[in-house]
Design a protein around this ligand. Structure first.
Ligand code: ADP
Length: 177
């Protein structure tokens, strides 16, 4: 008997805050396109997190970053804002795979719990973990923002365009205090 699931194009969702997207995120996006036929980068609205960039800005920045790393990827990768329960969103867009990036052991506990709970919510959806290359594994958006606020050099963690936007936004915030 033919395996119908194997014949369908594999659609994956890579969810996150992307505030801002780092070289680690871009590395995971590139790798994810080797695993799925179509990737939806789901930028979480996440009102509980105090984001530096608005949801509209984050979607636009991720789109620009993807176009900058590889024009060929743009056709297979879509960037969309999403709100609410991830599992509902994944179903709504017709995806069957969730992509998550794994950094060090610190990510593991949280991801382990979330994957277990998500599997209960919808056992037909698989979570696939990918690791960024060694040089990008330790990067986190939170640390990049912290270093940026303290005036440190962030150019090896994010693209030149993101570094520029981030520096400008931090300056804006600091001058309005
Ligand atoms: P969160 O807000 O949940 O931390 P992020 O937007 O920072 O989410 O990241 C989204 C996903 O990308 C998560 O699975 C996170 O583990 C992964 N990720 C972020 N940075 C890296 C990195 N440097 N290497 C590998 N995975 C990463």
């Amino acid at each position: 008997m033919a395996n119908q699931a194997a014949d369908r194009p594999r659609v994956g969702v890579y969810p996150g805050s992307f505030d801002p997207p780092t070289n680690g995120h871009l590395d995971i996006i590139r790798r994810a396109t080797r695993v799925v036929n179509k990737l939806i980068v789901g930028v979480a609205v996440n009102p509980s997190k105090d984001a530096l960039f608005t949801i509209g800005e984050r979607v636009k920045i991720v789109e620009q970053e993807i176009a900058a790393i590889d024009h060929g990827l743009s056709g297979r990768v879509e960037v969309r804002a999403f709100e609410g329960l991830l599992m509902h969103y994944v179903r709504d867009v017709g995806a069957t795979i969730i992509i998550r990036g794994l950094r060090a052991v610190t990510d593991f506990d949280y991801e382990f719990q979330m994957t277990g709970m998500n599997a209960r919510l919808d056992p037909e959806i698989e979570t696939v973990f990918l690791m960024a290359s060694e040089s990008h594994q330790f990067i986190s958006s939170r640390m990049v923002k912290e270093i940026g606020v303290l005036g440190g050099n962030i150019t090896s963690f994010v693209s030149a365009a993101v570094a520029k936007s981030l520096t400008a936004r931090i300056a804006e915030r600091q001058s309005s205090k």
